[in-house]
Design a protein around this ligand. Structure first.
Ligand code: PMV
Length: 314
């Protein structure tokens, strides 16, 4: 085993969350300026330890912690490399807030898989990376569509229909996406279960999901044409559908209204909802500042701005 690093970054779902679980498409944007890094340092003596903001301690003691899903992934990687007895410390340094719909758990998995493949000097095809990330995502979220892992490992916006390989989309040429943190944990597993209960019980919920699919397809066309006004409209109508599915909250609704009043083209929750982040599409930096200030007044505890014109692929 070599000393090695693996990296990944945040993501935000532009449209299609929840519906993607039921076979509709989703569009997600990599946010390559918000980064995560996994560093493996081989250690003599066989001890396997993790240092991070969310778990510190022996890998073997992680079973009933919030690191359990990732620990399962690491153990399976060690079996694959026939390195179960190899000592190491895994250090995870992350700028991503956990449980805010920014892909923290998928980014952790992706960086760790990349670090282990680097540590064992092994090529890692992208499809194999996504299969590995699914190991921990499945344990953490129950029924992941794969959109998170696809986007935290990608440099271009991703188009995903569950069960298919994710496709690259072109990044919009301009516009600024404002990402505002409600400060409330998003609870993906709970939100996905709540939508599932409605989906199976209620024909209206199934219609909302189908409508999200239609709007997401319209949004992909708008993105390809760099038509930010239509893209914003699609985001607004997606938000209505997500409200109807029951995953918005009064705080999210207040931040959405604040963003719209400040001239955002489209504002919606992103990721699982029930907390997490709100995203606002704005035409330029000046409007983005105005929207960010309005969302801060409406309760956002942290705000990022992602300028499409300068967004760089990793
Ligand atoms: O909250 P996040 O960023 O983990 O996003 C979850 C997205 C869902 O569509 C709600 C679930 C999924 O697996 O796609």
């Amino acid at each position: 085993m070599l000393a090695a690093i693996g990296t990944s970054h945040a993501k935000t779902i532009l449209l299609g969350e929840h519906a993607v679980v039921y076979g509709e498409p989703a569009i997600a944007i990599p946010i390559s300026t918000i980064r995560l890094r996994a560093e493996i340092t081989p250690q003599p003596g066989g001890q396997q330890t993790v240092t991070s903001a969310f778990y510190n301690g022996a890998l073997a003691a992680a079973a009933h912690t919030n690191f359990a899903g990732v620990a399962t992934l690491i153990r399976q990687l060690l079996v694959t490399f026939d390195a179960q007895d190899q000592g190491f410390n895994l250090n995870i340094i992350s700028d991503l807030p956990p449980e805010r719909g920014m892909g923290s758990s998928a980014a952790t998995a992706v960086a760790i898989v990349r670090a282990f493949y680097n540590a064992f000097a092994t090529d890692l095809p992208h499809a194999v990376l996504l299969r590995w990330a699914d190991v921990s995502e499945r344990q953490i979220h129950g029924n992941p569509s794969g959109i998170d892992a696809a986007t935290v490992s990608a440099t271009r916006p991703q188009w995903l229909i569950r069960g298919n390989q994710p496709q690259n989309l072109a990044m919009p040429k301009n516009g600024v996406l404002v990402i505002a943190d409600t400060g409330v944990q998003g609870q993906t597993k709970l939100a996905v279960q709540a939508v599932a209960a409605r989906y199976h019980a209620d024909v209206q919920a199934r219609q909302e999901i189908a409508r999200i699919g239609v709007v997401t397809r319209q949004a992909a066309v708008a993105m390809a044409e760099n038509d930010l006004v239509t893209l914003g409209r699609c985001m607004n109508s997606d938000q209505q559908n997500l409200v109807a599915l029951g995953v918005s909250t009064p705080q999210i609704d207040a931040m959405v209204q604040a963003g719209l009043k400040a001239d955002a083209l489209g504002v919606k929750l992103t990721g699982s909802g029930m907390g997490g982040c709100v995203i606002a599409l704005t035409p330029d930096g000046a409007t983005a500042q105005k929207v960010a200030a309005a969302m801060a007044r409406a309760g956002a505890i942290q705000i990022w701005q992602h300028d499409f014109s300068t967004a760089e692929a990793d």
